[in-house]
Design a protein around this ligand. Sequence first.
Ligand code: HEM
Length: 471
Amino acid sequence: MTDQKFPSPTLSGPPVSRWWGPFPELRRDTLGFFLRCQTYGDVVKLPMGLVIELLLRRRDAATYVLNHPADIKHVLVTNQDNYRKGPVPPVESRIFGLGVLHTDGEMHHGQRRLFLPFFHGNHVTAYTDLITGKAHDMIGHWQDGMTVDIEREMARLTLSIIWRLLFGREIGSESDIVREAIAVGQRLIKTQYDSLFASMTPLWVPTKVHRIFNRGLHAMEAMIHERIEERRMASQQNDDLLALLLAARDTEGRPLTNKEIRDQLVTFLLAGHETTANALTWTWFLLSQFRSVRERLTRELNEVLADRLPTAAAIPHLRYTKMIWEESLRLYPPAWSLHTRVGRAEDHLPSGAVLPPGAWVFISPWSVHCNARWFPDPNQFDPERFSDKAKRTHAPYSYIPFGAGGRRCLGESFAEMEGLLILATVASRFQLRLVDGQTILPDPVMTLRPNVPVRMIVQRIDIHEPHPAVA
Ligand code: HEM
């Protein structure tokens, strides 16, 4: 049988395999494929191939890639009720269950109503000292001239912070179990996205990777259940996410089950630390490559902080630090793709394209951020793009590192505060220099990670002993 390539008849798109649709190309070079898609117009139709058509029992099954911010706004915001989240590989459902990232409709609305107050205003700023303190502890272990795997350092740090947010206590030996479970889970999710065969093999089939995955997930779940049970027995009041979940009632007034609480905790654990760790890793990488940006950052930190640790009050004054953070999220958005959305009814997009009922819609923040139509000279790292004046010139919805609409990231304010505080704490005391000879490229797994460990040499900046943080 020939695997002849054909272009899609109505909307245009790159040639794809007749049997396997875009999947072989995506496996080969995911990011390059989406860059090529930009040249086919505002909406790119990717036929899913005969195999998927047979499995879905649907002719002309296709994914539509959106390249125009006006269409993105339409799908994520204006007409969002027409879209639900698309199916995910079994391993992803197994990990996240019915946590807020994966539910839809009324259930999702109810969950968001529960969490929104927790992630807003004073409740978030109450974590300032915790974050700064933990970043300060981390660099307390760094010695001048030592080499660190910066992604690992950032992941450990953000995990210890999110653990406190969830459970109100320090993470101990659990850290390694959680990191290992997440790493294996991520690899398996990627495998299942890439291979139809892998995604159809049930997790109880004892392949080597399934066994490792199941062992890791059970260990993590056992720890979480222990925390839940322990708290059910305890009498003291807490102000963490677990306390919120234990106090919550469903629409019938019933308390949540252990399984429901577990699903939310795992969701926040994963959504809330790996993303921020990635963003910070890329920011350190970029700062090591752009000396003038690093120098201007140092000047700002000297002016705003002198030799003090940053506080909530300092954050609005860290303007250039914030511009760096935002530009880094443009070039390397950790959530490089949003979950696929599936349209309920036919939809007319502002660009003129018509999506049929059941259309799969794909939006990649990374691809939109790298499009020269919206960001001239898109590969250039230039924090000036995020000065107050320059921001006003951005096309609305061309910058979407945290998504948009009713599913916009719940942890956005927390992540930004965490990112800025960690950057300021570390950069005011250490310079980070990339070890020579490494080629660092983005690898689009669940998050946009560096393809290899990023080894950096840390060099102490000569300052006086820090004064305690000022309130
Ligand atoms: C730099 C860090 C982060 C980035 C880039 C990021 C990005 C995103 C994006 C793009 C979405 C939307 C996904 C979609 O529409 O398909 C999302 C959703 C979500 N994020 Fe984040 N996130 C970050 C940090 C966090 C943190 C720190 C938390 C929690 C503490 C968090 C919790 C969530 C949750 C619960 C959702 C699901 C919201 C919903 O579906 O209603 N995220 N995030």
